[in-house]
Design a protein around this ligand. Structure first.
Ligand code: RB5
Length: 142
């Protein structure tokens, strides 16, 4: 599984921490920026991550901004993207099991770092449940 990472200035530091954790655990990561805490516009970085997924270059994405809200709004404008702004391990798991989320959005200014890292690792390892959820998720792209 190849994972694309993106952040704006508000999420940059947490993105770097997540990247380190993923690389340490042997995951394949593509970082599309940003590259510092200098102010940028989150839709530009959401777009880069979305492109990586819809072209098939990457399988899943993790997007970080101050709250996770802007990144999730931007990413969800694409019909084949299911971006979930989650707050704890439970919502991260459900976003995979029920919604087949292909992007996890995180708010660096509202999440504890350890919680965010636990969410990331659990989210990556959680499978979609399918079944009754499949017909619902299919309607996003219909
Ligand atoms: C940037 O200041 C902030 O607005 C952004 O990171 C994010 O929280 C938007 O939803």
């Amino acid at each position: 599984m190849k994972i694309v990472l993106a952040a704006d200035h508000g999420g940059f530091l947490l993105k770097e921490i997540i990247k380190e954790k993923l690389l340490q655990s042997g995951r394949a990561v593509v970082d599309v920026g940003c590259d510092s805490v200098d102010s940028v516009d989150y839709p530009d970085y959401a777009e880069k991550a979305v492109s990586a997924i819809v072209t098939g270059a990457c399988d899943r994405g993790i997007l970080v901004c101050g709250t996770g809200i802007g990144m999730s709004i931007a990413a969800n404008r694409h019909r084949n993207i299911r971006a979930a702004n989650c707050f704890d391990v439970a919502t991260a798991i459900l976003s995979r099991e029920h919604n087949n989320a292909n992007i996890l959005c995180l708010g660096a200014r509202v999440l504890d770092t350890d919680n965010a890292l636990q969410m990331v690792m659990t989210w990556l390892d959680t499978e979609f449940s399918g079944g009754r959820h499949q017909q619902r998720v299919a309607k996003f792209s219909a």
